[in-house]
Design a protein around this ligand. Structure first.
Ligand code: BDR
Ligand code: CA
Length: 316
């Protein structure tokens, strides 16, 4: 069975990504590694523990990652992140803190150990900055040849960024880390804004979770409604909120949900296009493509999978 690690800056869509993974019987979620972005590392770890509890899966272990990029001394949550995900990252919905703590092993060591244990059966899904996986590849470079796939939410190839014209939020936090990953030779599938802004959640769907009358259903509906409301202000043309992080999990479970362009990518780290994800001209003609970029998505099939899996999970 395919093993999944989710690497999350647990905001609203990261929490929905947890629900998608837990609602997918084809895969085993072997751990969550915490990163920073939508929230501080500590808050993201707290959220991951509390969310796995409320979804009925307290067996999922959570590991603390790195607190900020190596090009910065500290990390501060942006006002726009608070607006989109709430001050607590989960739409300002109050859920009980988990009685559990994060594991003592670091996220980086856990990732390396998991690759050694599961090899090609392991799919790592980063849906925040790429800081932890970049550090893992630096510490144990051989894992790039041993891991099954890295299905990352981040970047954009055919549409503008969501931070500025060039930058998508996850890549923007640590462009150097993403560039290291993209050029490392590790297999990687980029699920960027090209496809995630086509998969939208609306109040119609969240009402189905609320109607379940369960704690999990009410939590998911309240949290997602906060996110949809924020999108009404930031992206009124969309008519819903982007299911960024759940789509990355969806593709990790079933890659046929998207159409993929094999291409060796890089991230601009200098100049006015800092943070842009684009084809690496120096490896354009290399017949060996290590990366794939999702350019199309079967929207109805993904939304159906998303709703079925999460609604079934939230029934209990
Ligand atoms: C990404 O940025 C974060 O706000 C979301 O959780 C998602 O991972 C979208 O650009
Ligand atoms: Ca995220």
């Amino acid at each position: 069975m395919k093993k999944l690690i989710l690497d999350l800056d647990t905001g609203v869509d990261d929490a929905l990504a947890i629900a998608y993974a837990l609602g997918s019987p084809e895969v085993e979620l072997i751990g969550i590694t915490g990163t920073y972005g939508n929230v501080l590392l500590e808050q993201g770890v707290r959220n991951a523990l509390a969310v796995t509890d409320i979804l009925g899966h307290p067996e999922v272990k959570v590991y603390k990652g790195i607190e900020h990029s190596r090009t910065t001394d500290s990390f501060e949550v942006l006002e726009i992140s608070k607006f989109i995900h709430g001050d607590n990252g989960i739409g300002d919905v109050e859920i009980p803190d988990s009685p559990r703590e994060a594991e003592s092993e670091s996220a980086v060591d856990f990732i390396i150990d998991a690759v050694k244990t599961y090899g090609k059966d392991l799919v790592y899904v980063p849906t925040g900055p790429m800081t932890n996986i970049a550090a893992a590849i630096e510490k144990a470079p051989e894992i790039k040849d041993e891991i099954g796939d890295i299905v990352l939410m981040g970047g954009a190839l055919t549409v503008p960024g969501n931070c500025n014209a060039c930058m998508e939020a996850n890549i923007s936090q640590d462009p150097e880390a993403a560039d290291l990953l993209f050029r490392s030779g590790a297999p990687a599938t980029m699920i960027g804004l090209d496809v995630t802004l086509q998969t939208l959640l609306t109040y119609k769907e969240t009402a189905r979770w609320r109607d379940l009358g369960t704690k999990a259903g009410t939590f998911l509906a309240d949290m997602a409604d906060f996110y949809i409301k924020a999108y009404e202000t930031t992206s009124p043309h969309l008519g819903g909120c982007g299911l960024h992080d759940p789509l990355a999990v969806g593709v990790a479970v079933d890659p046929t949900l998207v159409s993929l362009l094999p291409i060796n990518m890089k991230v601009d780290v200098d100049g006015p296009t800092r943070g842009r994800t684009i084809g690496d001209e120096t490896r354009l003609n290399d017949p060996h493509k290590t990366m794939k970029v999702a350019l199309g998505v079967d929207v109805p099939r993904f939304l159906d999978e998303f709703m079925t899996r999460i609604t079934t999970l939230a029934q209990h």
